[in-house]
Design a protein around this ligand. Sequence first.
Ligand code: KIV
Ligand code: NA
Length: 265
Amino acid sequence: PKRTRVHHLLEWKREGRRWPMLTAYDVYSAEIFDDAGIPVLLVGDSAGNNVFGHDNTIPVTVDELLPLTRAVVRGATNALVVADLPYGSYQISPAQALETAFRFMKEGGAHAVKLEGGARFAPQVEALAGSGVPVMAHLGFTPQSEHALGGFRIQGRGDGADRLVADALALQEAGAFGVVLEMVPSDVAKRVTAELTIPTIGIGAGTDCDAQVLVWSDMAGMNRGKVPRFVKRYADVGGVLHDAAAAFAADVRDGEYPGPEHSYH
Ligand code: KIV
Ligand code: NA
C-alpha cells in the first residue's frame, strides 16, 4: 500500500467507498491502526481527555499536541495524519492559523490539520489551503465551544439545519478537503453529504456520511468510563490491560516472576 493522500479521499467519495478514521496519540496506536488499514489518523485535541486527563479539549496547547503528532507520524507508514489545531491557536486570524499550522507541518510532520467552526472560519481555511496546508473542517457539536453551546448537545436541529448546510458549503468553497460532522441528526448529515463534493466524516451523525471517525480509547474500550450513545465498543483493551497489570502484580508478590528464564546466568 502507499500513503493515503487527500485526492484519494475525494476519489472514494465519487466512488461511494466508505472509509474509517481513528484518533491516535502515540506510536504504538499509530502503528497498529495503520497496519489494520485505517487510512486517516487524527491526532485529536481529544488528547485533552484521553491523554492528559482534562474534562474537555479546551486546555490543550500546541506544545502538548506537537510531540504526540511527531510520534503518530513516526508510527504511520501509510495513513494520512491530520493534526487538530487546539483551542485559541487559530481563531484570532488567518495569520495565526497559518503560524500554528506551519508548526504542525514543519515540527510535527503532519500531512493536514483540522479546525472547528463554520463559515466564520472560511478565511482561515482559505489561507491554509492556499499555502499548501490541507484542511479538514469540523461542524455540529464542536467540543472547543462546549461552554458556548451549553454542553454536550446535538447541533443542527430545526433552523440549525440550513445553517449547518451553508457552513459546510462555505468551508468547501474555501478549500477544505473534508468536514467532520459531530452529533448531528441523521437526516441533516445525509443532506450535507449529498450537497458536498468533499467527504463528510461522521461521529454521532447517522448512517449516511462518507466516512466515520471515533476516538480510539472509546472504540477499543481503553476508556472504561461512560461513553456517548454513538460509540460502538469493539474491544475491552482497558480490561485486558487491567488483567495484565493485576497478573504481573500477583506474580511479583508470589515470587512467580521473574523465573530463571528471565534471568542472566
Ligand atoms: O479530537 C477529536 O478526537 C476529534 C474527533 C472526535 C473528530 O475532533
Ligand atoms: Na478535536
